[in-house]
Design a binder for this molecule. Structure first.
Ligand SMILES: Nc1ncnc2c1ncn2[C@@H]1O[C@H](COP(=O)(O)OP(=O)(O)OP(=O)(O)O)[C@@H](O)[C@H]1O
Ligand SMILES: [Mg+2]
Length: 309
């Protein structure tokens, strides 16, 4: 819990619903007009979300306050306040170019790797300001791991791909401990049975879906608290996608997950809450069920019903 944020109250979910109240172009009266049940498109989504809670915990894990991101002179993120709760899966959706990846990257300082990029505002992981200049960024990226759109295994063996992080961070006491971490991580990633007899073979020799699960195993191996995923299934076929989605649901019992997706069906299947982004603004964040059945905002409804985006 952090003392700098106004949102660490038991009913803080309510506050998330009033996203960026100063954004006068998206007034609350606009939202009021859309309070009538928008049931016509409910059936489009095979949603498990209906049975899910709004968020699994009231403990804020990651929190952003007035986050702006600039690429040179251009403002890509325009002041976002968002709480992400422990053990929830939150989906980021919105049209291409609206800032989903940029915002996701602010959560573990991946934007630091882009020269023209400047971030202002505050991002807290528990009670740690992650933009503190004294922070160990390598450690941060272990705590807040990232899985990318395109599976990117290292040009190393399957074993070494997973062992790399634990070795770097000194997490294994000895060889046996390391082997156990690798096996457990591959098991959690649902890949162990498929690779246990070929651990010394190159990670790049696996299928795309297996490679993505290997990357997830690699992320898990350093015991992250949060996993960020940027369209993790966009390069996968439906079967591999289903496996990764199943995995996300299993992982959410242990980790906090933020996932960017262009698939609204995927957001509906895997997430507890959904955040809708539009031109660098966070327009709405609510339970996934609400966003897909009765969104508060006209822009969200237009997007999910396919009227733009
Ligand atoms: N490295 C970069 N340098 C300059 N501008 C960038 C860079 N990355 C993103 N942008 C710009 O920032 C804005 C947000 O881009 P971002 O990639 O975050 O959007 P997105 O919502 O993830 O889009 P998509 O759904 O297509 O992945 C866009 O206008 C984009 O052109
Ligand atoms: Mg993106």
């Amino acid at each position: 819990m952090t003392t700098v944020l106004s949102t660490d109250k038991p009913n803080s979910l309510e506050q998330d619903k009033a996203v960026n109240p100063e954004q006068t172009q998206f007034t609350s009266t606009e939202g009021e007009e859309h309070k009538q049940p928008a049931t016509s498109f409910v059936s489009q989504f095979d949603t498990q979300a209906a049975s899910k809670k709004e968020a699994k915990s009231n403990n804020v894990k990651l929190s952003t306050s007035d986050v702006h991101v600039y690429y040179g002179e251009s403002e890509a993120i325009k002041g976002i306040d968002l709480n992400i709760y422990e053990n929830e899966v939150i989906a980021f959706i919105g049209p291409s170019g609206c800032g989903k990846s940029t915002f996701l990257r602010t959560l573990n300082r991946m934007n630091d790797t882009i020269d023209s990029c400047r971030v202002t505002g505050k991002v807290m992981l528990d009670n740690q300001d992650i933009y503190d200049p004294n922070l160990d960024v390598v450690l941060l990226r272990a705590q807040v791991g990232m899985v990318f759109q395109k599976p990117n295994p290292f040009p190393k063996s399957i074993f070494e791909n997973v062992a790399y992080g634990p070795k770097l961070h000194g997490l294994a006491r000895d060889k046996y401990d390391l082997e156990e971490i690798v096996e457990n991580s591959l098991r959690k990633a649902g890949l162990w049975d498929e690779v246990k007899d070929r651990l010394s073979q190159p990670g790049t020799g696996l299928s795309g879906g297996q490679q993505q699960r290997l990357c997830i195993a690699r992320t898990i191996a350093v015991s992250p608290e949060v996993i960020l995923m940027d369209e993790p299934c966009s390069a996968l076929d439906p079967i591999a996608t289903a496996k990764v989605e199943e995995l996300i649901s299993e992982l959410s019992t242990q980790y906090t997950i933020a996932i960017v997706t262009h698939s609204m069906q995927q957001a509906a299947r895997v997430s507890d809450r959904t955040a809708y982004f539009h031109l660098g603004d966070l327009i709405e964040v609510n339970s996934t069920e609400k966003v897909f059945t009765q969104p508060d905002h006209q822009l969200t409804e237009a997007y999910i019903t396919g009227r733009f985006g």
